[in-house]
Design a protein around this ligand. Structure first.
Ligand SMILES: Nc1ncnc2c1ncn2[C@@H]1O[C@H](COP(=O)(O)OP(=O)(O)OP(=O)(O)O)[C@@H](O)[C@H]1O
Ligand SMILES: O=C(O)C(=O)C[C@H](O)[C@H](O)CO
Length: 317
């Protein structure tokens, strides 16, 4: 197992959750059969990067329960470094249930309000662990869990920037986790402008800026901090803009969408891994589109994330 002294490519922090996803289509209260899997935006990204051989560590706090054992064993099996996951004896590990739908987005219900993850705070910030990575990936989900988590996220992003590391940020808006819309928009924008690579969906960008077009949304952020803005456009692909260039990279064709959740995490895996490997921005966005497409073809949030051979095979088609 990797120790804290090893250098990481990417560090991320957040709340891995146990997910029970419905095996049949219908309202959640009517479903009797669920499958268990690991979920959590940051752990999905960590696993996706690890499958592409990027050394990745996840910083998190879990309960002292069988959900935590399952999460840690799964992450470890995937090659993600878990040496900075700590345990709380007072709080449980969070979970969620997800419905199955014939089309559109499934319904998700969270059971995470008093979970251990929401107690992650500045005293848990291990400077040497974060600094051992080249890159930090963050989302606003972990920042929304509590005021201390927001402080942790802000500090982590500022600290990594001061250390000369790159920082990516996916808003991954979860309105139910915030006090109200205004607090969410202000909080998410405060974090977004600390990032170098900002990766919102088009709907999220509209909600966060009030602008309607991908170009105006990108400009809003390019003027405030990030050097790269990539806006996800669902099946159509993605739009990117920097101070020097802009363009659209078309999405991949998917015959049957099984579950839309996790596409954004797959997309982040493609863009981050691509840029860290020295691909051009349009090439990295193309890889993001490919992994996003692979993610919507499977029911779990992370089981569609490919290894290198699967990714190359899919991108050749
Ligand atoms: N139906 C689809 N067909 C092909 N590619 C898709 C499809 N849905 C998503 N993708 C790919 O995945 C990327 C991310 O998807 P999307 O735009 O839905 O992000 P998101 O809203 O952040 O997702 P999430 O639901 O995970 O938060 C898209 O930019 C696209 O490349
Ligand atoms: O929705 C959340 O808060 C999660 O972290 C669970 C999912 O795995 C995540 O939404 C996928 O992006």
């Amino acid at each position: 197992m990797m120790t804290k002294q090893n250098k990481l490519d990417v560090v991320t922090f957040g709340e891995p959750l146990v997910m029970f996803y419905a095996n049949e289509i219908g309202e959640l209260d009517q479903i009797n059969s669920f499958s268990k899997a690991l979920a959590g935006a940051e752990s999905n990204v960590a696993i996706g990067l690890s499958r592409l051989s990027h050394r990745t560590g996840l910083v998190a706090k879990l309960g002292n329960d069988s959900f935590a054992s399952f999460i840690k064993a799964t992450l470890q099996h995937e090659g993600v470094d878990i040496s900075s996951i700590s345990t709380s004896d007072e709080r449980p590990t969070g979970m969620l249930i997800k419905s199955k739908v014939a089309s559109g987005d499934p319904k998700v219900e969270y059971f995470r309000k008093f979970a251990a993850a929401s107690t992650l705070n500045l005293s848990d910030f291990d400077h040497s662990y974060f600094e051992s990575a080249r890159h930090l990936h963050a989302t606003s989900i972990s920042a929304a869990l509590s005021d201390e988590c927001f402080e942790f996220a802000t500090f982590a992003m500022e600290h990594m920037k001061r250390q000369g590391k790159t920082v990516s940020f996916d808003p991954n808006l979860r309105p139910v986790l915030w006090k109200d819309e205004k607090t969410m928009i202000e909080g998410v924008n405060k974090l977004a402008i600390l990032s170098d690579w900002f990766l919102p969906g088009l709907g999220e960008g509209k909600r966060l800026t009030g602008y309607d077009t991908p170009e105006a949304i990108a400009d809003f952020y390019l003027e405030r901090g990030p050097s790269i803005v990539v806006i996800k456009l669902g099946p159509e692909g993605a739009y990117y803009k920097t101070k020097e260039s802009q363009g659209i990279v078309n999405g991949f064709k998917v015959e049957q969408v099984i579950d839309t959740v996790g596409a954004g995490d797959g997309f982040a895996v493609g863009v981050i891994s691509g840029l860290l490997e020295g691909l051009t921005l349009p090439e990295a966005v193309k890889r993001g589109n490919a992994i996003g497409a692979l993610a919507v073809m499977s029911p779990g949030d992370m089981d569609g994330l490919p290894d290198r051979a699967k990714l190359e095979g899919f991108m050749k088609i």
